[in-house]
Design a protein around this ligand. Structure first.
Ligand SMILES: O=C(O)C(=O)C[C@H](O)[C@@H](O)CO
Length: 266
């Protein structure tokens, strides 16, 4: 049996919308709780949550096979880290802060075995091959890897056509928070200039025939992004849901008014 089919990669290739949620509690137990909530994909955040490789792998195992496709975001697009995480069985990666086509080209090489890339061969040891029991994993591993790159700066937007055109890049995710910061609107991803940049970015990604991804914590913005053509859209995070639900429960029991919380620009 070769490398398992990647359902998320198939779905975005077939233009089937995928609804997702951010998982940042850095807990395999919490990840397993969320895995039953019916999302098409769950993003295990190795960039902004206190996750190391073993913890990322444990959350991946907690989610895999329970209906949601686990996607891992690494803290950085590091070739060695990519090698390690793919050996754990992860098949879909989100890589942050991609600003140039050279960076993107190197990331494509990092997720592929030779001759098409430089991924080190440790298949005999890794969970990806069921510890060597899947003897023909190498034959189709490249085909089932889904590589999503984050465009979240003015430099990334300037290079988006070249990056999106690269064979081996399956989708581009626009990071509104970091893009807003780079555009001079720190904490305000809803700024009209940021939205205009997202609209333009989505159009260029679509023109290249690749999938468009984004995240928002704002329900109105979520529908706006979907209307703008988001192919894979995250509409919340486990952390912010836990904060809001626990605070709301206490207020409601005590009959306290909803505070006038200014929307976080995250
Ligand atoms: O820039 C962004 O927005 C993202 O990449 C998503 C954030 O990193 C995520 O942590 C939510 O704030």
């Amino acid at each position: 049996m070769p490398a398992p089919k990647n359902p998320f990669k198939a779905a975005i290739r077939e233009n089937r919308f995928q609804l997702g949620l951010w998982v940042a509690l850095a807990s395999p137990y919490a990840a397993e709780v969320v895995a039953g909530s019916g999302y098409d994909w769950l993003l295990i955040d190795g960039e902004h949550a206190p996750n190391d490789l073993p913890l990322l792998a444990a959350q991946y195992r907690a989610i895999a096979g329970r209906g949601s496709h686990p996607i891992v975001r690494l803290p950085v697009g590091d070739t060695a880290l990519i090698k390690q995480v793919l050996d754990t069985g992860v098949q879909t990666l989100l890589i942050p802060m991609v600003d140039t086509v050279e960076q993107a080209r190197q990331l494509v090489r990092a997720v592929r075995y030779p001759p098409h890339g430089i991924r080190g061969v440790g298949a005999a040891l890794g969970r990806a091959t069921n510890f060597g029991r899947i003897t023909d994993y190498l034959q189709n591993a490249n085909d089932e890897i889904c590589l999503i790159l984050q465009i979240e700066s003015r430099a990334g937007l300037a290079a988006i056509d070249e990056i999106a055109a690269l064979e081996g890049v399956d989708g581009l995710f626009i990071g509104p928070s970091d893009l807003a910061a780079d555009m001079g609107h720190l904490g305000n991803p809803a700024h009209p200039e940021v939205r205009a940049a997202i609209v333009d970015g989505f159009a260029r990604i679509e023109k290249a025939g690749k999938a468009r991804g984004i995240l928002t914590l704002d329900p109105v913005q979520a529908h706006d992004y979907r209307d703008l053509g988001a192919d894979f859209l995250a509409i919340g995070t486990d952390v912010t849901l836990l904060v809001s639900a626990t605070e709301r429960l206490r207020r409601e029991f005590l009959g306290e008014a909803e505070p006038g919380r200014t929307e976080s620009g995250y």
